[in-house]
Design a protein around this ligand. Structure first.
Ligand code: GLC
Length: 627
C-alpha cells in the first residue's frame, strides 16, 4: 500500500480504518500542529480538481468553496450550506500529480478548498489530535481503491432493497398503508416496500407500536409479506424520558445514556419531547440498543431506517429556560430591527446548538460530545447492525467514515427542487469514494410539492441509484407515483428499474467486494477537458454513462460523449430507441416515460424482464444493450 499515516497527539479511536499502518516519524511540512489546533496547507495548481468529501453541497469538483465536517440536521440544502448530515473527511486532489488525504478526526473540521486563496487548500482541525493519511501516486481510482481497502468493505443490503420503495411522513395507520399498496397495484406500478415514519409508534417512543393504528402488527407484517411488500419502520436516536417506559427505565438504571456536565442524564427535546440519548460510544449501551430491534425483527420486520442521529436536538431544557429568561429583558423595550432579530434568535438558534453539544458527555463523563460529535450516528448504526440478523436492510441519516461497513445512508431532507436532482447526481461519486454504495436521495424531494414532471425526471435518475425511495414530508402534496395524472408513465419508468436490478445489484456487490466505485466522474476515465469539467453526467460501472434531465419544461438536453457510445431509451419492458453516437456534443430528446442511458463502446448491459417486485423477478438475462 502506498499510504502514509501521520499521528498528531493522542487521537480518539474512531475505528474508521481496518488496517494497521505504521506511523511515520516526522510530519511533512504541510501539516502543522500548534496551539491545540492542526492545520494542513496544500498547494493547488490551476488544473487541479478536488474530488470527494462525500455528502456535501457543491459540484463534483469541490474546489472554490468552504465546507465543514460536523454532522448537521439541516433541512435546507441551499447552495451556501457547508455541512449536511455526514462527515466524510476524504478527498483527492487531481492534476499532474494526484494525492489522496483522509483526516481521521471525529470533531469539527473546516475545509477551505481554494476559497480564500485560489491556489491553496487550507484545512483546520478543531483539536490537537488526529490521524492523517496521505495516499500518493497512481490514478484517482487507484488512490480511492487504496483508501477503500483501508476503511473496509461497504455494506450492501439484500436484493429486495434494490426494488422501488415508497415512503412518507407519515402513513399513520394500516388503512393508509393498504390504500398506498392498492394504489400501486391498480396502476400496475411495481413496489417492494412501504415505510413507516414516526407515527406508527406510540407517542414517538422507539420500539413501541401504536396498537390502535396498527393492531396485530405481527400478522399485518406477515400479510403484507405474502403480497411481496415489506414494511420498513423508522427508529430515532433519542429515547423518550417517561417513567414506566421500559426502554427509558433500562437506560437509566444501566447508565446507558449520555451525561451532562453535572453527571446527570443529558436531556433534550426531539419528536417525543424530552429525550435521553443512548451513549452509542459505550459498547454495552450500543449492544443494548441494537438488541431492542429484535422485538421488531421477531415480528417479521426485515429493514430499518435510523434517524435524528447527528444527534438532532430541537432544544434542551437548559437552552429553553435561558432563552425564556433572556427574552424577558426585551419586555417593554423599544425594539429596533437589530434588537428584534436578537430577540427572535434567542429561540430560532436553540436547535442543534454548540452549547448543548458541549454539555453532553460520553463514556461516564470522560469524553465531551462536541469533540467526537461525528461519531454518534456511526456508532448507532454500528450497534444496530451488529445486533440485527444478517441480510437486514439498514440505512442511517448521520454518518462518519466507518459506518459504511454497517449500513447505507440516505441524503436527508432535500426539497422538490430541480437543482436537487442535480445535487443527487453529483453526490453519488463522492459518496462512493467514501465507502457509501447503498445510498440515494429522497426521490421527488422531501420538502415542498413535487410536480408530476419533476418526479418523473427525478425517477429517470433514481432508477440507477441503489436506494430508490420516494419520500416526502408531512404537509406536502401526495407524491406517490400513482397519485399523479397518467400513472402509466410512472409505471413505464419504474418498470425499467426492475429490468436493471440484477445488473445494479451485482455491480453494487462487486464494487463493495473490490473497493471500487459504482458511480464515477467522467474525468476518472477520460483525459479531455470537457470530461474533466463535466458536472451533470456520470459513469455507472464500466458500461454505462447517465445524463438525466434536471430542468423544468425541457424535452431534452445536451450531452457530451467522450467517446463513441450507443444511446438507448428504455420504457416499460421495451427498448424504445437506439442510436449509435459519435464522440462529441449531442442534443437528446427524452419523453417523460423513458429512461435515457448510454452504453460504452464494446460493453454490454444485461436486462431482465420487468417484474412487480423483486421476489417475483426472474434474474435471467432477457436481452443485452450493446455499446
Ligand atoms: C426527519 C427525517 C425525515 C423524516 C422526519 C420525520 O426530518 O430526515 O426523513 O420523515 O424526520 O420522522
Amino acid at each position: 500500500m502506498n499510504i502514509k499515516k501521520y499521528r498528531i497527539g493522542n487521537p480518539f479511536t474512531t475505528e474508521a480504518t481496518v488496517i494497521d499502518i505504521p506511523i511515520e516519524r516526522e510530519l511533512p511540512r504541510y501539516i502543522c500542529a500548534e496551539d491545540s489546533k492542526i492545520s494542513i496547507k496544500l498547494p493547488l495548481e490551476n488544473e487541479d480538481i478536488i474530488y470527494g468529501l462525500g455528502e456535501q453541497m457543491g459540484g463534483i469538483n469541490k474546489r472554490g468553496r468552504k465546507y465543514k465536517s460536523f454532522c448537521s440536521d439541516d433541512p435546507f440544502h441551499t447552495e451556501d450550506k457547508e455541512a449536511l448530515y455526514g462527515a466524510h473527511n476524504f478527498f483527492v486532489v487531481s492534476g499532474k500529480e494526484k494525492t489522496g488525504c483522509f483526516i481521521d478526526f471525529p470533531g469539527l473540521i473546516h475545509w477551505d478548498m481554494g476559497f480564500e486563496k485560489t491556489d491553496e487548500i487550507f484545512i483546520s482541525v478543531e483539536g490537537d489530535s488526529a490521524d492523517i493519511y496521505i495516499i500518493e501516486g497512481g490514478s484517482e481510482q487507484e488512490i480511492i481503491k487504496e483508501f477503500r481497502i483501508l476503511i473496509g468493505k461497504s455494506y450492501i443490503p439484500p436484493m429486495w432493497a434494490f426494488g422501488y420503495q415508497q415512503s412518507r411522513w407519515s402513513y399513520p395507520n394500516k388503512e393508509t398503508v393498504n390504500r398506498i399498496i392498492e394504489g400501486y397495484e391498480q396502476a400496475g406500478i411495481p413496489l417492494d416496500t412501504v415505510y413507516l415514519d414516526i407515527d406508527y409508534m406510540d407517542n414517538y417512543k422507539d420500539f413501541t407500536i401504536n396498537e390502535k393504528s396498527f393492531p396485530d402488527f405481527k400478522n399485518y407484517v406477515k400479510e403484507l409479506k405474502s403480497k411481496g411488500i415489506r414494511l420498513i419502520p423508522i427508529i430515532d436516536a433519542g429515547i423518550k424520558c417517561e417513567k414506566g417506559f421500559d426502554v427509558y427505565e433500562e437506560g437509566v438504571s444501566n447508565n446507558y445514556f449520555c451525561k451532562d456536565r453535572n453527571g446527570n442524564d443529558f436531556k433534550a427535546a426531539v419528536w417525543p419531547g424530552i429525550c435521553c440519548f443512548p451513549d452509542y460510544l459505550k459498547p454495552e449501551a450500543r449492544k443494548w440498543f441494537g438488541h431492542k430491534f429484535l422485538s421488531l425483527t421477531d415480528m417479521g420486520i426485515e429493514g430499518f431506517w435510523i434517524d435524528m442521529n447527528e444527534p438532532a436536538i430541537f432544544f434542551s431544557q437548559e437552552g429553553f429556560d435561558s432563552a425564556v429568561e433572556a427574552v424577558k429583558a426585551y419586555n417593554g423595550e423599544d425594539l429596533d430591527c437589530w434588537k428584534y432579530f436578537e430577540y427572535r434568535d434567542k429561540f430560532s438558534k436553540l436547535s442543534n446548538s454548540t452549547n448543548d453539544y458541549k454539555n453532553m458527555y460520553h463514556l461516564e463523563g470522560k469524553i465531551n460530545h462536541y469533540n467526537v460529535h461525528n461519531l454518534y450516528g456511526y456508532m448507532m448504526t454500528r450497534g444496530v447492525s451488529e445486533s440485527l440478523p444478517k441480510n437486514t436492510l439498514l440505512f442511517s441519516r448521520a454518518s462518519y467514515i466507518g459506518s459504511h461497513r454497517y449500513g447505507g445512508i440516505w441524503t436527508g431532507d432535500n426539497f422538490s427542487w430541480w437543482s436537487h436532482i442535480l445535487l443527487n447526481l453529483r453526490m453519488l461519486p463522492s459518496l462512493n469514494m467514501c465507502g457509501y454504495i447503498y445510498t440515494g436521495a429522497d426521490c421527488g424531494g422531501f420538502n415542498g410539492n413535487a410536480s408530476r414532471e419533476l418526479l418523473l425526471r427525478w425517477l429517470q435518475l433514481s432508477v440507477f441509484t441503489p436506494l430508490l425511495r420516494n419520500h416526502s414530508s408531512i404537509g406536502t402534496r401526495n407524491q406517490e407515483a400513482f397519485a399523479f395524472e397518467n400513472p402509466q408513465d410512472f409505471r413505464d419508468v419504474i418498470q425499467v428499474r426492475y429490468r436493471l436490478i440484477p445488473y445494479l445489484y451485482n455491480l453494487a456487490k462487486n464494487c463493495a467486494e473490490n473497493a471500487e466505485m459504482m458511480f464515477k466522474p467522467l474525468g476518472f476515465e477520460y483525459e479531455d477537458k470537457l470530461s474533466k469539467e463535466c458536472d451533470d453526467q456520470v459513469l455507472l460501472g464500466d458500461e454505462i454513462m447517465i445524463a438525466p434531465i434536471y430542468s423544468q419544461n425541457k424535452t431534452g438536453r445536451m450531452v457530451y460523449l467522450p467517446e463513441e457510445m450507443t444511446f438507448y431509451k428504455l420504457s416499460g419492458n421495451r427498448v424504445s430507441y437506439k442510436e449509435k453516437m459519435n464522440k462529441g456534443l449531442h442534443h437528446i430528446v427524452v419523453e417523460l416515460n423513458e429512461v435515457p442511458l448510454f452504453v460504452r463502446k464494446g460493453k454490454k448491459v444485461p436486462l431482465s424482464e420487468t417484474a412487480k417486485n423483486v421476489d417475483s423477478l426472474d434474474t435471467t438475462v432477457s436481452e443485452y444493450l450493446e455499446g
